[in-house]
Ligand binder design. Structure first.
Ligand code: AMP
Ligand code: ZN
Length: 468
């Protein structure tokens, strides 16, 4: 398996630190609003990376934080006249809902910055002790020039950075020893959330949280650190400086970054008014369509969001879902289960599609080519599975199709689930009708469900149902 490492600017063979295991940290969103479709790109991309590692048999420890203390959260809290906790709590909940809609599996751990302040204070103390950080009037700065490797991820030259930054000295930061030094801890301003520390009552800088949470949940050294490409500098560069200065060892073996998502060929921004949240998209499409759209391009290529591309993604996804539905129907109605010789030969041919899929994914997670292999498989299914096919044949085809789409986080069986929700709703309505002694309506619902092949059973634990 090869993946592109931003650090070396090369595709490298993936070699895990521990055989059969992958430790991965993905920088998560700052939660002050509904997530936008740009935020969804790294979520979808790295969830797919995780799924593929698991498909290959790796045990993946996947950590992704929520940044729940930040200027933007505080500003929003002041605007609404509520606490910062209320804002972050609300949008973490909404973010999880969107993630579920996009079939993004919850991380092994989703740490919150505000719950890890103690660890941040400890790491800042370590850095001060080792001479990598210093305090001035309650603020603690990282002494950037003390760390030899600064600039190695973003391939920036320290001297250029320094001269470019000299003019950036903002008021209050003129006490820094060097313009490149960055904040690890800052004193609170009036009305801001704050924690006690040896230096001042205040809050941590943004970069330190990821160094601390990564070490706590994954150890001093990890396999993969990931995020959007805007995080390369300064966020990831600063994380490397903090972690390597504190731990004395290489922080992450591989650095992966997704390219940006644009809208109608423009950068997405509030001021341009082309800002789209995942929630808005969900009003128009099943969020699987958004996921499928994101994976239709390689993660390191810029991707343009447009109505036309979403339409064509919806059509593509439908072709896959329909193929799965057709196979299921054929399996349920097959006259025999015995494989013919021709069917056996056909099944061995499906390995070609699996190989093409894996070859694409092994090459730096080329999901665009992997999807092409899935479409080839769909075509093969549609042409070789008929009413005459054996049950075992169509089931085997369906298994291969589901195995591959599952890596992409596309649930080819989703329609069934929607149907399930629909059934549950009718059952609830029937229960309510019975409570009101509206037996006519209750019977009507029972009959309607029966017509759809759903058998109800009233038990002591409530109503159970099964497909007949
Ligand atoms: P933020 O909440 O701004 O820290 O962003 C959370 C994640 O979304 C980071 O990994 C960002 O790099 C990523 N991100 C933000 N905007 C975009 C975009 N337009 N396209 C792709 N990734 C983005
Ligand atoms: Zn981070």
């Amino acid at each position: 398996m090869r993946l592109y490492n931003t650090m070396t600017r090369k595709k490298e063979e993936f070699r895990p630190l521990k055989e059969g295991a992958v430790s991965m940290y993905v920088c998560g969103p700052t939660v002050y609003n509904f997530i936008h479709i740009g935020n969804a790109r790294p979520m979808i991309v790295f969830d797919t990376v995780r799924r593929y590692f698991e498909y290959k048999g790796y045990d993946v420890n996947f950590v992704s934080n929520f940044t729940d203390v930040d200027d933007k959260i505080i500003r929003k809290a002041i605007e609404e006249g509520v606490s910062a906790d209320e804002i972050s709590g609300r949008y973490i909940k909404e973010c999880r809902k969107d993630m579920e809609g996009m079939n993004i599996r919850p991380a092994t751990h989703h740490p919150l910055a505000t719950e890890e302040i103690g660890g941040m204070i400890d790491m800042i103390e370590e850095l001060i002790q080792k001479g990598y950080a210093y305090e001035k009037n309650g603020t603690v700065y990282f002494r950037t020039r003390q760390f030899d490797g600064y600039g190695k991820l973003s391939h920036k030259n320290l001297d250029d950075l320094r001269s470019g930054n000299r003019s950036l000295l903002v008021s209050g930061e003129d006490q820094k020893e060097d313009p490149l030094d960055f904040v690890l801890w800052k004193p609170k301003k009036e009305g801001e959330p704050a924690w006690k520390s040896p230096w001042s009552e205040g809050r941590p800088g943004w970069h330190i949280e990821c160094s601390v949470m990564s070490r706590k949940y994954l150890g001093e050294q990890i396999d993969i650190h990931a995020g959007g490409e805007d995080l390369i500098f300064p966020h990831h560069e600063n994380e490397i400086a903090q972690s390597e200065a504190a731990n004395g060892k290489e922080f992450a073996r591989y650095w992966m970054h997704n390219a940006f998502l644009n809208i109608d060929n423009h950068k997405m921004s509030k001021s341009l008014g082309n800002f789209r949240t995942v929630r808005e998209i969900s009003e128009q499409y099943d969020l699987q369509v958004l996921r499928f759209f994101m994976l239709s391009a390689h993660y390191r290529s810029p991707l343009n969001f447009s109505a036309e591309l979403m339409e064509s993604s919806a059509n593509g996804l439908e072709r896959i879902v329909n193929a799965a539905k057709n196979l299921r129907y054929l399996a349920d109605n097959a006259k025999t289960d015995d494989l013919t010789e021709q069917e056996e030969e056909n099944l061995s041919k499906t390995e070609n599609y699996v190989r093409a899929f894996e070859a694409a994914m092994d090459d730096d997670f080329n999901t665009a080519d992997a999807i092409a292999a899935v479409f080839d498989l769909v075509r093969f299914c549609n042409t070789t599975a008929t009413e005459e096919s054996s049950g075992n044949y169509v089931r085997a085809l369906l298994d291969v199709l589901v195995k591959l789409t599952d890596v992409l986080g596309i649930d080819a069986d989703r329609e069934e689930e929607i149907l399930d929700a629909d059934i549950e709703a009718l059952i609830e309505e029937r229960q309510a009708a019975r409570k009101e002694r509206n037996f006519a309506r209750a019977d009507e619902i029972r009959n309607e469900l029966a017509a759809r092949g759903i058998l109800l059973e009233d038990t002591r634990e409530g109503v159970k149902w099964k497909r007949t």
